[in-house]
Design a protein around this ligand. Structure first.
Ligand code: F6P
Length: 327
């Protein structure tokens, strides 16, 4: 059967995530494998509006599988939020002869794809965000690397907290979601973890946990705060006022977004890139590639965006059992 899809575009948008480059590489190589040309669109949707493009061949994506960030640059485009911006982007797709766009990013990126598709462009999304808050997929590219980066940083903090017998309050990214903080909290054996999905009681969830740890003989404490659950600085101040301790506050911030992607992120990105191209080549549109029970599936973007993702309650139950108990 003749391949109707001749040329596609790929862009990265929103906050970068380790593994985005591996996804770009996979999209390019998977496209070439099917005889499809691939054009890189730089600077997210801004680049689609201005025609900021780069031809991508097999060699232009050599040795990027191991690199953090995104070679295509990324942006959060205000102009693309307007209908006028969306129409401009669609006409650039037409001018370039793009038969489809693969958008790599988070839910904002997917909402952008939906708008682009309304202008007649075929679109497929690949979930990439350290927050792991895309509802329809078990996994988002970047999560594993970001978690490991945070764990390594917190392990280092623990060394100095232990030596000085201090309390550490660490803020972990995740926007409005606590997936990353919960996972990291489990991995570092935190004294307490605050996540936005659970309303917390300072006395019960912080003071009492520190107290129990002290009664068990611990003299240093690790409190993990998801950025969406509140400010680590405020939590630190309250610990100081309530318990007379002098906590040290660390906001891990964008450190969690950089670095060499883990094996898991590289492989997931490579698999997702392959399936995104496959979906476009099969004439599908408005799809998002999702990891589901070990396989890759594609589902309708709107359906995916409409789903609600709660915290992993099993993980949270384990955390409840682990916290407050001396390591
Ligand atoms: O969505 C990824 C993320 O890193 C969030 O965890 C964080 O809240 C946000 O992006 C930070 O965005 P910016 O890079 O614009 O500061």
């Amino acid at each position: 059967m003749e391949n109707a899809v001749k040329r596609i575009g790929v862009l990265t948008s929103g906050g970068d995530a380790p593994g985005m480059n591996a996804a770009v590489r996979s999209v390019v190589r998977s496209a070439l494998y099917r005889g499809i040309e691939c054009i890189g669109i730089r600077r997210g949707y801004n680049g689609l509006i201005t025609g900021d493009i780069v031809r991508l061949d097999a060699t232009s994506v050599t040795h990027i599988i191991n690199r953090g960030g995104t070679i295509l640059y990324t942006a959060r485009s205000d102009e693309f939020r307007s209908l006028e911006g969306q129409k401009k982007a669609a006409s650039v797709c037409k001018l370039l002869g793009l038969d489809g766009i693969v958008g790599i990013g988070g839910d904002g990126t997917f909402r952008g794809l939906v708008e682009l598709s309304k202008q007649g462009v075929s679109v497929v999304g690949i979930p990439a965000t350290i927050d792991n808050d895309i509802v329809c997929t078990d996994y988002t590219i970047g999560y594993d690397t970001a978690a490991n980066t945070a764990v390594e940083a917190i392990d280092r903090l623990r060394d100095t907290m232990q030596s000085h017998e201090r309390c550490s309050v660490v803020e972990v990214m995740g926007r409005n979601a606590g997936h990353l903080a919960l996972y990291v909290g489990l991995a570092v054996g935190a004294t307490a973890v605050l996540v936005p999905e659970k309303t917390y009681n300072f006395e019960r969830d912080i003071v009492e946990k520190i107290r129990q740890a002290r009664l068990n003989g611990t003299t240093h404490y690790m409190i993990v705060v998801a950025e969406g659950a509140g400010s680590a600085i405020e939590v630190g101040n309250r610990i100081n006022e309530t318990l007379g301790m002098d906590p040290r506050v660390t906001i891990l911030g964008h450190i969690q977004r950089g670095g060499t992607p883990s094996a898991r992120d590289r492989v997931m990105a490579t698999r997702m890139g392959y399936h995104a191209v496959e979906a476009l080549a099969e004439g599908k549109t408005n799809r998002v590639i999702c990891a589901h029970a070990g396989s890759m599936v594609d589902i309708d973007i709107m359906e995916g965006l409409a789903m609600k993702k709660g915290l992993n309650e099993q993980q949270y139950a384990v955390l409840k059992a682990m916290t407050g108990i001396n390591d």
